[in-house]
Design a protein around this ligand. Structure first.
Ligand code: NAD
Length: 485
């Protein structure tokens, strides 16, 4: 199978790989080497119009395919991703900067799992009926919406792209999808896989381009009736301001500033091992990372010294090397932003306990965007560093004395995506879980994911839930039919 990456990436519209109508392209950069290795379409509203026309032709017949047919074809796509895991993982790493072992272990397997999960899910999806005791019966229809838009970010490129596309297609919709312009390559490879898998033309259209042109053209298009977006709170706000007055269905999965709450009675070893992961996995570029670590005062010194020692051993290195625990951050602009956040933290009185600098590697990665895992203490709960999402390998440490103080600190944030709680006391864990203003709570674990569970945030972390039936409900239009006897 030819999964070579050409220098000029193409859109996937109406079943074909095509150049952008404007013939304009954007540089695609490997963040580990700073080298431009491809050009991606700088698509605009004209390309989106073309994609919508293709989807309009396809939507009736795709909406009427049997569930078995959709099940088969989505599984075929999953199989083809798995068969080509090496090519996908290498492309993801070269595009994003994450370690190759991580792309292979997490990102790509999860992309195929998304297709399999929703292929199976649609076979079991059912709707309710409400009997009115001999007078009438109501039944609920859940029908495809028609054409939907899916827009995804750069941190988990194929993983999050497929997390939206798979349920949208399974529910019988045609999709106009835009991956991040920063990490478009695995979405391009997916286009090729869909062609080989025999997905009918126009059912999925993948259009590459910038957020404020290509992305906004998706959001603004009258025929695109629902938008599923994952990305920053800033872009989510902009999207909501366009889509809400058009009465589009909206699912917004936005930023986070998640608390990791550690009580003295925790399982120490498990907490320490997991806290290192929840702080720095994927260079801290996971919306669910616990970037605010809240520690019970009685264990603070012990925690601090052991945490620093262990984090020191996280090797920052070439993402292609097996022993690199940390790769590059995603881009030059993000690298600059994260380093600037460290300066802000220092100006706010933060003490850098570890890291705080760019890492200069040798050889192939000499110009890459690498940052040391950084631990900061001594900051106020309301300062910029503790309130704004950084989305890099930076954590702050704060202490608390009581359960109520822990809760207050946890809820200080304007975000409400996830929280982690470390305690052996189940009552305490339940109490905190109930009172924390977050959509996702992990007790004595982190990032343990069951794809059936509702996924999403409160407050500035977004609206709506994805995952399981929530996603299939989002991607269908609900209709009640009442029949009187
Ligand atoms: P971003 O908002 O800059 O971009 C995300 C996507 O939206 C990209 O495809 C971009 O081109 C597009 N976009 C940007 N502006 C747009 C606009 N005005 N209209 C339409 N589309 C637009 O985010 P990012 O920097 O790619 O990703 C990082 C952010 O994503 C972080 O804030 C992170 O927390 C968040 N995130 C959230 C979740 C979650 O599940 N809640 C998961 C992963 C990442």
């Amino acid at each position: 199978m030819n999964l070579e990456i050409p220098y000029y990436i193409e859109n996937y519209i109406g079943g074909n790989l095509v150049a952008p109508l404007s013939s304009q392209f954007i540089d695609c950069v490997n963040p580990a080497t700073a080298e431009v290795f491809a050009q991606i379409p700088n698509s605009n509203e004209k390309d989106i119009e073309l994609a919508v026309q293709a989807a309009t032709i396809a939507k009736e017949s795709w909406g009427n395919t049997t569930l078995e047919e959709r099940f088969k074809i989505l599984n075929r796509i999953a199989d083809l991703i798995d068969e080509n895991i090496d090519a996908f993982a290498l492309a993801e790493t070269n595009d994003n900067g994450k370690p190759l072992w991580l792309s292979k272990k997490v990102d790509i397997p999860r992309a195929s799992a998304n297709f399999r999960f929703f292929a199976t899910g649609i076979m079991h999806f059912a709707s309710e009926s409400h009997s009115m005791q001999g007078k009438a019966i109501n039944y609920t229809l859940r029908q495809p919406i028609g054409i939907v838009g899916c827009i995804s970010p750069w941190n988990l490129p194929l993983y999050l792209f497929t997390w939206k596309i798979a349920p949208a297609l399974a529910a019988g919709n045609c999709v106009i999808a835009k991956p991040s312009e920063v990490t478009p390559i695995t979405a391009f490879l997916l286009s090729k896989i869909c062609i080989i898998a025999g997905l009918p033309a126009g059912v999925l259209n993948i259009v590459h381009g910038l957020g404020n042109s290509c992305g906004e053209a998706i959001v603004k298009h009258k025929k695109i009736k629902a938008i599923s977006f994952t990305g920053s709170t800033r872009a989510g706000e902009q999207i909501a301001s366009i889509a809400a007055p058009m009465f589009k269905k909206l699912s917004l999965e936005l930023g986070g500033k998640n608390p990791n709450i550690i009580f003295a009675d925790c399982n120490w070893d498990k907490m320490m091992k997991t806290t290192i992961q929840s702080s720095f996995s994927n260079q801290g570029q996971i919306c669910l990372c616990g970037s605010r670590i809240l520690i019970e005062e009685s264990i603070y010194q012990k925690f601090k010294s052991e945490f620093i020692e262990k984090v020191k051993s996280l090797t920052v290195g070439d993402p292609l090397h097996e022993n690199s625990k940390q790769g590059a951050v995603v881009s030059k602009s993000h690298f600059d932003k994260v380093l600037n956040c460290i300066e802000i933290a220092k100006n706010e009185g933060g003490k850098i306990l570890l890291g705080g600098n760019a890492v200069k590697l040798e050889g192939r990665c000499a110009n890459g965007y690498f940052i040391e895992p950084t631990i900061i203490e001594g900051l106020d709960a309301n300062c910029t560093t503790n309130m704004e999402e950084i989305f890099g390998p930076i954590v702050t440490l704060q202490t608390f004395k009581t359960l109520e103080e822990a809760l207050q600190l946890a809820n200080t944030s304007n975000y409400g995506l996830s929280a982690t709680i470390w305690t052996q006391d189940i009552s305490k864990a339940n109490y905190i879980a109930a009172k924390t203003e977050s959509g996702i709570l992990w007790v004595n674990c982190w990032l343990v994911r069951d794809l059936r569970t509702p996924f999403g945030g409160n407050k500035n972390s977004g609206i709506g839930r994805e995952g399981g039936w929530e996603a299939l409900k989002f991607f269908t239009e609900t209709k009640n039919v009442c029949i009187e006897f």
